[in-house]
Design a binder for this molecule. Structure first.
Ligand SMILES: [Zn+2]
Length: 118
């Protein structure tokens, strides 16, 4: 069996990398030490995010992401949610409203993701 690259510290390193790239380098985002990454085995979703007492959580499912492309796409999707959460908006991982879609489309345009899949 191949080694699994989907590990919390790897996701956290990707988070740090994408903070330095558009559009996140122009957005209010939590600092790396405020963000905890968790790997789950959830077969029903790719990822999720939540706010803890004084930190933000990013969840990535190794059961459904598998491919690096999916890992990155899921991380960026959750980072869009986290931007709004950090800004103080009342959102959850399930809030895909107009402002979410507008920023998500911007991310897709930059990284050449399909906005239907994102
Ligand atoms: Zn979402």
């Amino acid at each position: 069996m191949a080694e699994n690259f989907i590990r919390a510290e790897f996701i956290h390193a990707l988070y740090c990398a994408f903070l330095k790239a558009p559009p996140f380098n122009q957005l209010m985002m939590p600092e790396p030490d405020e963000v905890y990454c968790y790997i789950t085995d959830d077969k029903t979703i790719h990822g999720g995010m939540a706010k803890g007492r004084n930190h933000y959580q990013i969840h990535i499912s190794k059961a459904t992401c598998e491919h690096l492309n999916n890992v990155i796409m899921t991380l960026l999707h959750e980072m869009v949610h986290i931007h709004f959460l950090y800004r103080g908006d009342k959102v959850t991982f399930a809030t895909h409203d107009l402002k979410f879609k507008r920023l998500a489309n911007r991310v897709c345009k930059i990284y050449k993701f399909d906005k239907g899949t994102f």
